[in-house]
Design a protein around this ligand. Sequence first.
Ligand SMILES: Cc1cc2nc3c(=O)[nH]c(=O)nc-3n(C[C@H](O)[C@H](O)[C@H](O)COP(=O)(O)OP(=O)(O)OC[C@H]3O[C@@H](n4cnc5c(N)ncnc54)[C@H](O)[C@@H]3O)c2cc1C
Length: 399
Amino acid sequence: MVLERGEVANSWRHERWDSLRLLTPNWQCRLPGVRYEGPDPDGYMTMAEVVEMVERFAAPALGCVRTGTNVTSVRLTDDGYRVITSAGEIGCRTVVLASGACNRPTMPSFADAVPPTVEQLTAFTYRDPSHLADGGVLVVGASATGVQLAAELSRSGRPVTLSVGEHVRLPRTYRGRDVLWWMDASGIWDQRYDELDDLTRARRLPSPQLVGTPEHSTLDLNALSSMGVELVGRWAAVRDGRALFSGGLRNVCSLADLKMNRLLGVFDEWAAAGGSGGSGGSGGEVDPPEPLAPTQVPDSPRLQLDLRSGEIRTVVWATGFRPDYRWLDVPVLDAKAQLRHDGGVVDSPGLYALGLPVLRRRKSTFILGIEDDARDVIEHLTGFLASDSRVLVNPSPAG
Ligand SMILES: Cc1cc2nc3c(=O)[nH]c(=O)nc-3n(C[C@H](O)[C@H](O)[C@H](O)COP(=O)(O)OP(=O)(O)OC[C@H]3O[C@@H](n4cnc5c(N)ncnc54)[C@H](O)[C@@H]3O)c2cc1C
């Protein structure tokens, strides 16, 4: 039984901004048995197209899906789990937590100190530029969400300042191929969670600076600067109505350049070794290696900005997302409110997770990761059920 508080593909319908397209190319957006079959395998889906794909995938299983059913509590019992929902209670031996990694936007606590004259939005409340007051916008965070919203707001004619912390820089295409083709073909996306040097870090890595556009354009900080977006350092505090920014902008940009070049070097080595692979996209050889220009950082980026001056009318927080487990009454969260699990096997008998970053592989963070992850996790789950001697007293909904 699949319980969903909203509709099928709820997050894609209701929790994304209007212009968003996936950053993974169409041929990479696959669900078990559902592949992109349209005319543009190298393009990027709109939200309506993602919803259509998820609906197509869910159609044969709709008999097991209960939409409009909010899970408000999951408790461990002697014979499994007691699941309390807005439509009654359910007893079950196993529960798979597939409630998503991005249920709530993250914001620093000093957001409370932003003067009330400045409107604050998040990636969940932002829809399009027309809903913002005229005037300056401070976008906070330079990962996929932040760079996309900064570009869109700048194109709307507003002065945009972008506060840049740690980020992952990537070109949209490299040596003539989508950079995510390289991740797939070179085997990086198949790297297993138990083979990574620093799994905690891999799981916390910000999303890459990528955008899916028909032009396949790169949206890094250089592209934003050339559009007129002002770059400042990481937003560290609010004092007396002033936003204070870190002086480390140059360092975070150098680090992102270094890591990008290291990754591109891995691609080059793979290609030089005669690498072949990749499960899709347009075929053909790769172009020769192409060096990328370092990130251009302003000589003296502003270190503070007076939020009471009227220069900034809106702050858009693009500082990441987090899961919401407030309904989970099983003690399986760590001090950072993240689920304790080993490749989706949660630290409580019969409890599993899917759909979390680097759950079992690097690609778990993306839609294309679910097929392999689900196979592995469900194999463990069926083994658990086969060996579980507990007797379930009441497996049916008791409304
Ligand atoms: C802004 C953004 C852009 C992204 N872009 C891409 C991309 O380009 N390509 C890509 O491959 N991936 C992308 N991702 C990642 C992608 O969202 C995930 O890989 C995928 O959505 C995971 O699916 P899921 O079903 O596990 O989680 P979700 O899509 O989050 O679905 C979880 C579902 O659980 C429901 N739920 C939550 N709590 C409860 C509850 N208590 N009771 C009942 N139901 C509940 C929610 O309503 C939701 O429908 C993006 C994510 C974000 C946030």
